[in-house]
Design a protein around this ligand. Structure first.
Ligand code: NAD
Ligand code: WQD
Length: 337
């Protein structure tokens, strides 16, 4: 029996495929390389001693999805596949809704047809917007400020509704800000074109590809005025999926949303400092205006992850910067697409 990892050539999926293999699972990856490279699959294969099935397919292709369930003995699914760029989703909402909702629906229907009743789903702290109370707990009000955010919220709703009436149990992991890379430096984040997120940009500055970082605002209501986020190492995050599958295997019923963060926040200026320590390089920056749509601060309440999943983050911001830098400095062009 195997775990189907959708979007397993992507940043978080590739690390999770390795963690699942290390925990003793058979893994089948499906990906259409919309935002990833075949070399990521090669890297996962190298780290798992070749023990990996890979299917190149678009999850919007219902026949192809059904074919995966017919050809492999799938016992559970970890669903990562989605488009994830917030600004792009504002420009191309229908593409985001089609891909993120359509891929989930196709996978869910194939699961139900084939009696596969365990799902771990990638959700996001974006569903909280700017929380009124910090740390933010899973019971906090949810909403969305972008089409991307809406797709995450709608996917949670779809899964919750299906779990209520069909034999399906799900853990929806609300990731905070994943950063870092596999310690081997053979797996990591490989953003297309110009990265959207802070840490890949910081690494490009450290590596000399970019002259300086633009810090989006120093007048937030935070200790140093820059935005605060809960950065979580992608290797820790991968382990949270292994833990979620264990909870499902133990018979958990229904749909549960669980935060995956460290429980503490780092400001943009603290991330820059940590990157200086990790890289030994200067990270020049300038303060510019706030980025539209940004929130000031968020970090996760981690009680549920600890109590329900038995999971907590082990790695800190220095580990994250060290591993992200090792990956970036050894692979400045990522997988070399
Ligand atoms: P990623 O883009 O690296 O990985 C997503 C993978 O899904 C890619 O390999 C892409 O090619 C694939 N994919 C997309 N649409 C597909 C389709 N229709 N058929 C087959 N494959 C398809 O992104 P990631 O950072 O690894 O994110 C994984 C998941 O986690 C996403 O659902 C994302 O919304 C969620 N998430 C990410 C973050 C983050 O900051 N990285 C934070 C919170 C939640
Ligand atoms: C982090 C901090 C920026 C770039 C995004 C998505 C969210 C979730 C995680 C998927 C903020 C600051 C950034 C730069 C900067 N993804 N920054 N200069 O905004 O927390 O969240 O990724 O679900 O949905 O919106 O992450 O890495 O873009 O920003 O000062 O050039 O870095 O203002 O304070 P964010 P980020």
């Amino acid at each position: 029996m195997a775990v189907l990892v959708t979007g397993g050539a992507g940043y978080i999926g590739s690390h999770t495929a390795v963690a699942l293999h290390d925990a003793g699972h058979e893994v089948v990856i499906v990906d259409n390389f919309a935002n990833s490279s075949p070399r990521a699959v090669d890297a996962v294969r190298a780290l798992t001693g070749g023990a990996l099935s890979f299917v190149e397919a678009d999850l919007l292709d219902e026949a192809a999805v059904r074919g995966i369930f017919e050809q492999h003995e799938i016992s559970e699914v970890v669903h990562f596949a989605a488009h994830k760029a917030v600004a792009e989703s504002v420009q191309e909402p229908s593409r985001y809704y089609r891909n993120n909702l359509g891929s989930l629906l196709g996978v869910l229907e194939a699961m139900l047809e084939h009696g596969v009743d365990k799902l771990v789903h990638s959700s996001s702290c974006t569903v909280y917007g700017q929380p009124a109370v910090l740390p933010v707990a899973e019971s906090a009000p949810v909403g969305a400020a972008s089409p991307y955010g809406w797709t995450k919220l709608m996917c949670e709703q779809i899964i919750t509704d299906v779990c209520a009436v069909r034999p399906l149990a799900a853990v929806m992991l609300r990731y905070f800000n994943p950063v870092g890379a596999h310690p081997s430096a053979t797996l990591g984040e490989d953003p297309n074109d110009i990265p959207n997120n802070l840490v890949p940009l910081v690494m490009q500055v450290a590596g000399g590809r970019r002259e300086r970082l633009a810090v989006f605002g120093d007048d937030y209501d935070t200790a140093d005025g820059s935005g605060v986020r809960d950065y979580v190492h992608v290797v820790d995050l991968a382990e949270a999926h292994v833990a979620a599958l264990e909870v499902l295997a133990a018979g958990h019923d229904g749909a549960a949303a669980v935060n995956v963060g460290t429980g503490s926040g780092s400001s943009v200026l603290e991330v820059i400092e940590a990157a200086r320590r990790a890289t030994g390089r200067p990270i020049p920056y300038e303060i510019v205006g706030r980025r539209p749509g940004d929130i000031a601060k968020t970090w996760a309440a981690t009680d549920l992850a600890r109590e329900f999943l038995g999971w907590q983050a082990k790695l800190d911001i220095d580990d994250m910067m060290r591993d992200h830098w090792r990956w970036h400095s050894q692979n400045p062009d990522g997988y070399g697409r």
